[in-house]
Ligand binder design. Structure first.
Ligand SMILES: [Fe+2]
Ligand SMILES: [Fe+2]
Length: 329
């Protein structure tokens, strides 16, 4: 490498550091360090995969929703999640990763999705608990991502967060109806909250001292708050909401700590988290199997869409074939 290129590389790096420090957005055509790019691809791909795998546990209840209103709401929510996946795959493509490659990595287990979706949805109340707790945890994680240093990711998150808050509210409202219903309905809501509470807390990732990527992501302003900070924020939000719902959070150590100005909570069973992460959760195989099947069975749709796009592609500087025909007719 000549001195000239070294100087240029240093200048690019300095410009990148300055932009991040000044809270400016990094855009796809800007120079960025390779590790920044690969960190974003890993995080955004995992996020996109989580959105589309997350459709499965709830779609499981569409045909059994207890009323037309509930069915319409649930269908809209599951469709939203598909949309979130699409925005995020598109945003990841701006970093030079192809969608085929990303899906291939998901299907072969080389890229992950959120472990929370490896738990089963056993009753209708689980739809409520997922909305309230899982979408609630997702919002807590994602609101700060609206200020992420990478422009396309930050912009995708703005719209996603608006839809996520609708998801969270529908879950809360569903649980409220069950909690105020018959004793059996109340018990069903409580059981769902008992099963989803701890996995929701694990959604924030490992404790700060064990989080491999956290410090650098904070430096690059991809991440704005640590895992433990966000987890604490989520617990503090949920406690009064659980009281309003008339439901109990399954943690005997949960109590307000006047000194800290936060709720203390009991220890998290990280061995369970690691087991699910390794693929030993209750539904890992089922989720990935269904995703692969959906991908294979959808091959004809992708082929048809590509053929359609090719037929209607505007030649460079020219008009579309049918436009030319109209003109000559
Ligand atoms: Fe989503
Ligand atoms: Fe959602």
């Amino acid at each position: 490498m000549t001195t000239g290129t070294v100087d240029a590389a240093e200048r690019y790096e300095a410009a990148f550091d300055e932009a991040v420090a000044a809270d400016e957005r990094i855009e796809p055509r800007d120079w960025m360090p390779d590790a920044y790019r690969s960190t974003l691809i890993r995080q955004m791909a995992q996020h996109a995969h989580s959105e589309i795998i997350g459709m499965q546990p709830e779609a499981n209840w569409i045909t059994r929703a207890p009323s037309l209103r509930r069915k319409a709401i649930l269908m809209a929510k599951v469709q939203d999640e598909a949309g979130h996946g699409l925005y995020l795959y598109s945003a990841t493509e701006t970093l030079g990763a192809s969608r085929d490659e990303l899906l291939d990595k998901l299907h072969s287990g080389r890229q992950r999705y959120s472990s929370i979706f490896n738990y089963p949805t056993l009753t209708w109340a689980d739809v409520g608990a997922i909305g309230w707790l899982v979408d609630g945890a997702a919002i807590t994680n994602q609101v700060p991502l609206c200020r992420c240093s990478y422009g396309p990711y930050a912009r995708a998150m703005v719209r996603i967060c608006k839809e996520e808050s609708f998801h969270q509210r529908q879950g809360y409202e569903l649980l409220l109806a069950l909690s105020r219903g018959t004793p059996a309905q109340h018990a069903m809501a409580q059981d769902a909250v008992d099963r989803w509470w701890w996995p929701s807390l694990m959604m924030f990732g490992p404790p700060d001292e064990e989080s491999a990527h956290s410090a650098r992501s904070m430096l690059w302003k991809i991440k704005r708050h640590s895992n433990d900070e966000l987890r604490q924020r989520f617990v503090d939000i949920c406690v009064p909401q659980a009281e309003a719902l008339g439901l109990t959070l399954p943690d005997p150590e949960l109590r307000w700590n006047e000194q800290r100005g936060h709720h203390d909570f009991g220890p998290i069973d990280w061995s369970e988290f690691q087991r699910v992460l390794k693929g030993e959760g209750p539904c890992n195989e089922q989720r990935l199997g269904q995703r692969r099947r959906a991908h294979e069975e959808g091959a004809w749709v992708r082929e048809a869409a590509a053929a359609h796009a090719a037929r209607h592609r505007t030649p460079r500087g020219g008009s579309r074939p049918e436009q030319r025909e109209e003109r000559t007719a």
